[in-house]
Design a protein around this ligand. Structure first.
Ligand code: TRP
Length: 329
């Protein structure tokens, strides 16, 4: 019997991570490593559902891997690997797609949104993407999956596929649950605090990238859109200030009450500078770690090769069972 629960999550290697990816996802991944058996994957197979420049994808994948280690994923404690290195994902995808309905996939809101965004490339992979993701999760008999709101529907579908397979062919898959963290904080755009911080925002001031230098980070926070009030407090309708307070709280561990007291009698200008400095200081070690790791290609390759071997030895077992259950000789 296994004693620790299994956690699995993945992140797509598209460009460098944003402060939103960091606070909302990767930083929490590092905290889970003590309590759970964690498996973290760079989802490069998911990435090609939208057009990628091959050289850029290769580089972004290596950088994303270095970045999760830089954020504190310990490759000795957790399994950290690159999706395409483990062939089981592609094979499981096929088996599970035969237990997934066209109608179910048609209802995925992310598919509909992405199809609208890329009307000239509505490829089959974009459509079946949630099946690939179901395989990622089910191959490792994952108990818990930390996902953001945008991936909730995919996790629901994963549960449905798993249950259906178990019913059709006999018990095989663990039914995964969403992992709801303590502060699964959602970081909003600095220029439009009603929408999520996104690396594809046209306005470069809307988004903080975690490898940006201190001056750039502070400058972007100083330009953050707030409101015409002057008092730093968390309140409905004050989306800009609420977002800055969420970010400040996430990097300093201060409560909203403490923050309100700290900035009592001070203006938004002081607050914005303080948030920028706190974020930059918090990210400084990540930036240093990344610089060191990115320069050590041999070490990175060793880590991801070992990670893929560990991942494959677990996944292969589940895949073999699935093959037997469906009747492959
Ligand atoms: N689809 C996820 C995203 O775009 C990334 C991902 C791929 C993932 N496989 C996963 C997340 C498995 C959780 C579990 O964010």
């Amino acid at each position: 019997m296994k004693d620790k629960k299994i956690i699995l999550s993945g992140i797509q290697p598209t460009g460098t991570f944003t402060l939103g990816n960091y606070i909302g996802a990767v930083r929490n991944w590092t905290k889970l490593q003590e309590e759970y058996d964690c498996i973290y994957m760079i989802a490069n197979m998911h990435a090609i559902t939208v057009r990628q420049d091959p050289a850029a994808l290769r580089k972004n994948t290596a950088n994303a891997y270095a970045l999760i280690l830089a954020c504190g994923i310990d490759p000795e404690k957790s399994i950290a690997f690159i999706q395409s290195h483990n062939r089981c994902h592609a094979e499981m995808n096929w088996v599970l797609s035969c237990s997934t309905q066209f109608g179910e996939l048609s209802r995925m809101t992310q598919f509909k949104a992405k199809a609208e965004k890329h009307p000239d490339d509505i490829n089959a992979g974009l459509f079946t993407y949630p099946v690939l993701m179901a395989g990622d999760i089910l191959l490792y008999q994952s108990d818990l999956v930390p996902v953001g709101a945008d991936q909730k529907q995919h996790l629901e579908l994963t549960r449905d596929i798993a249950q259906r397979f178990n019913q059709k062919y006999g018990e095989l898959f663990t039914i995964p649950e969403p992992y709801i963290g303590e502060t699964g904080a959602r970081v909003m755009s600095l220029q439009d605090p009603t929408s999520k911080m996104s690396k594809s925002d046209d306005n470069p001031n809307a988004c903080i990238f975690i490898l940006e230098d201190k001056d750039t980070i502070i400058r972007k926070f100083r330009r953050a859109i707030t409101d015409s009030d002057t008092c730093v407090r968390y309140a409905e309708g004050k989306d800009g200030i609420n977002n800055l307070m969420t970010i400040y709280s996430a990097v300093t561990n201060k409560s909203y009450d403490e923050i309100e007291r700290e900035f009592d009698g001070k203006g938004y200008g002081d607050f914005k500078t303080a948030v920028g400095e706190a974020v930059a200081d918090h990210l400084a070690p990540v930036r240093d770690n990344f610089a060191r790791l990115a320069a050590d290609k041999a070490y990175l390759e060793k880590c991801w090769t070992e990670g893929a071997q560990k991942a494959e030895s677990i996944a292969r077992r589940t895949l073999s069972k699935a093959y037997r259950k469906v009747g492959f000789n």
